[in-house]
Structures are given as structure tokens and as C-alpha cells.
Design a protein around this ligand. Sequence first.
Ligand SMILES: CCCCCCCC/C=C\CCCCCCCC(=O)N[C@@H](CO)[C@H](O)/C=C/CCCCCCCCCCCCC
Ligand SMILES: [Ca+2]
Ligand SMILES: [Zn+2]
Length: 266
Amino acid sequence: MAGVFSYESSEVDWCEDNYKHSENIVEFFNTMSSFVFFVISPIMLYLLHPYAKERNLAVHLVWIMMIFVGIFSLYFHMTLSFMGQMLDELSILWVLAIGYSLWFPRRHFPSFIKDRKSFSRLVFIITVVTTISSFVKPTANAYALNLFAIHILYSLCMELKSCTDQKVLRLAHASVGLWVLAISCWISDRFTCSFWQRINFCYLHAIWHILIVVATAYGSTLVAYLDASLEIPYSLPDLQYWPRDNWGMGIPYIVLKGTTKTRKRC
Ligand SMILES: CCCCCCCC/C=C\CCCCCCCC(=O)N[C@@H](CO)[C@H](O)/C=C/CCCCCCCCCCCCC
Ligand SMILES: [Ca+2]
Ligand SMILES: [Zn+2]
């Protein structure tokens, strides 16, 4: 049992050289870049609060859980232990499960599901079964997780097919662009490590951490905005960027322009 906590007990080892900068931290830059989760998550919790209050406070679970992903990612790269790997991957699985429960569009629910509560129950059961199955072949987990990104992209394309709102399309393009950059770093770190070692640049997994957190901030705001337009249209949701909307870049979030009065009149 103690073996699963021991250093380098995971079968996964990223391209960055081990113990290069510290004798207690296996992959120094991969560990340090995990701090980005602790920077972006509280900002997103703050920015999404008005939307969460109107829609469902459970929305906050996504970014609370992302803090745990950060803790487990830090622990994994610090130790490369089997326990670190499983915690890192399973926490991502649960973030995805929460995201699907909250935001998957009603009209794509399977026909035997009548409401979001039953859909969430189904997602919960599937996630518990997947959590248990993840111990069967742990090296395949990360690849399986990446397949969810493909499904999210597919669902987004379906949702945005007839969208003409430039603000929404801009956010969609930025989200997909960030994800493409992120996944390119992840794949390249995995499969072309010898090239990066030759040029002495083994930081692609650290860059992935930063890009995937920002892509998640963009992508989750986009799906939350589409959800708000369908589920709480009276609140007149709009998209803005933090810290300044007129900079044309920053962290996207949802503002609700409708008041409670607007709601009562409708
Ligand atoms: C309709 C449903 C909408 C759901 C939206 C919810 C989106 C949030 C989902 C996941 C958060 C991703 C967190 C990534 C943490 C990375 C930690 C890490 O680096 N782990 C690696 C080991 O250190 C591990 O090998 C990585 C495994 C792959 C993880 C793949 C996660 C899928 C990411 C989905 C991102 C969606 C972006 C949206 C783009 C339009
Ligand atoms: Ca390594
Ligand atoms: Zn990582």
C-alpha cells in the first residue's frame, strides 16, 4: 500500500528531467506551473458568482474542484507517485462530470431522461463506474480524458452552427485556439521528448498546465453563457472580459443585465 505513495511509483514520466532543480521535487517546472490553478480558480469563482447565484450555486463546484486538480497536479509532479497520478486524473474526471451535469444542453439528453436532475444522477453513476475502471489500465486514463475534450468541441460546434453573435463566436474561436495550443504541447511532450531534450527545452507539459487552465476558463464561460441564454434568458446574460472589457482580452465572464424586476414582469 505504501508503495503507491512512493516517489516515481507511477508508470507515467513527463519529458522534464527528474530532480534537476531539487532533490525533493521530481519535476520542478511541472510542479511550479500547477500554481496557475490557484490563481485562476478564485478569480473565476468571484467572476461567476452573479451567474451562479441566479442559475445554481453548484456552478461553483467546477472551480472549487479545479483547486483540487491543482493540488493533485502539484503533488503528482512533485512525486511522480501512482497515488498522485490517480488523484490528478480522477479529479479531472469529476470536474468534467460536474460540467456535464450542469451545462449539457437539455435537448441532447437521452430520450429516457426527463429532467436535469435525472441526467445528473446518470452522470454520477457513470462517473463512479469510470472511477473504478480507471484502476484497470491507469496509463490509458489521460488519453481517455482527452476524448472528452473532443466531445465538448463537437457539442459546441452543434450549438454554435446557427449562432451569429460576434462576441460568442470570438469567445468560441479563442477557446478552441487555446485548447489546440494546449493539446499540441501535451502530445508533443509525450511523443517527441527526445527532440525537446536535444534542444534543452523540456517545459511543454508546464506550458500545457497554463494553457489548459486558461482554455477551461474560456470554454466553461462559453458553455455557461449558452446555458444562461437558454435557462435564465430573463436575466439578459452578456459576455465581458476581466480586468477591462475594452482591452479585448482577459478572462471572460458572464454579466446579467436583467434585474429581478425584469424577471417578475416576464
Ligand atoms: C458540456 C460540458 C462542458 C464541460 C465544461 C467543463 C470543462 C472543464 C473540464 C476539465 C478541466 C481540465 C483540467 C485539466 C487539468 C490538467 C492537469 C494535468 O495536466 N494532468 C495531466 C498529468 O499531469 C494529465 O496527463 C492530463 C490529462 C488530460 C486531461 C484532459 C482534460 C480535458 C480538458 C477539456 C478542456 C475543455 C476546453 C474547452 C475547449 C473548447
Ligand atoms: Ca520526467
Ligand atoms: Zn501535469
